[in-house]
Design a protein around this ligand. Sequence first.
Ligand code: TXA
Ligand code: MG
Length: 321
Amino acid sequence: MAELGQDIAKAKELLERGELVAIPTETVYGLAGNALNPDAVASIFETKNRPSFDPLIIHTHSVDRVGDFVAEFPEELKKLAQAFWPGPLTLLLPRKAIIPDLVTSGLERVAVRVPHHSLTQSLLANLDFPLAAPSANPFGYISPTSALHVEKQLGAKIPYILDGGSCEVGLESTIVGIEDGEVVVYRLGGLEIAEIETIVGEVRVKTHSSSNPAAPGLLEAHYAPRKPLILGDLDKLIPDYNSRGVSFAVLSLQRDFLLLSDRLQIKLSSNGNLKEAAKNLFSALRELDEMKVEVILSELMPEEGLGRAINDRLKRASAGK
Ligand code: TXA
Ligand code: MG
């Protein structure tokens, strides 16, 4: 069973031996291994049950180290790195040969990010290799935003979890690249589009999986609880499921449903703050998934700021069920 703690030296020693360690970041917890060691990378895929066509993000200490892994750093993307790293931003950059094929699933670009979390920053400062780290959840399930979430699902498979408390942002990083000189967003995430646009002007958002072979990991059904998640107007869904005699629990941004028991409803932010809602989203979905009900009913968030990224996760979580 995995040990939980804050021992950077221990994490370093394990990683240097090619073992995996779960690490906290401001977005979600990562399942980390030495990105330059193909065996360590292979065991990340195996531990997560992740298909090998879905490439990994590599995490490094600072923008100064990126030159070690990437062949070129386009000016627009460098500006974003300078503005937002460390932070919830991942950049797709042309890779150097030092990055194993397995990391990028054979793609020519490698995904790179400098995470913002003091424990993981000190760990990375002490390592002489970058860390490949997908979210530390079994493939397809809800991403972990606390050490306990990781322990619950992967605890039996890894030796150590660096416990950095609960994640401040709560949604995965925003993934950005450049195509024919145009800045493209491939995954909505913890860094808002509007913030990116203050640095590089208008960007193209290209996040739909079927039209987006460049990011094979953006599968339609993802981030999903085990039970069905139904999205829509709660004022219609609740009476409808009631009359059909199907048991349910409810997720909303900030509403109280007086006719429904308190323990069957979760609101993401009592004052409707979308940053707070993002931070709470994944743990709320886990909680709802564990309730003794048949389905989860949820509304969508306002389609603005982080609401867009939350809605993206909710839609993927409800797809295919
Ligand atoms: O916030 C995050 O990004 C977290 C933390 C741990 O850093 N990591 C994370 O990793 O969300 P993961 O593996 O769950 O999601 C990575 C996504 C996948 O959708 C993958 O397809 C895409 O990034 N990706 C990775 N490398 C890529 C590449 N070379 N080209 C296109 N997409 C890539
Ligand atoms: Mg993931």
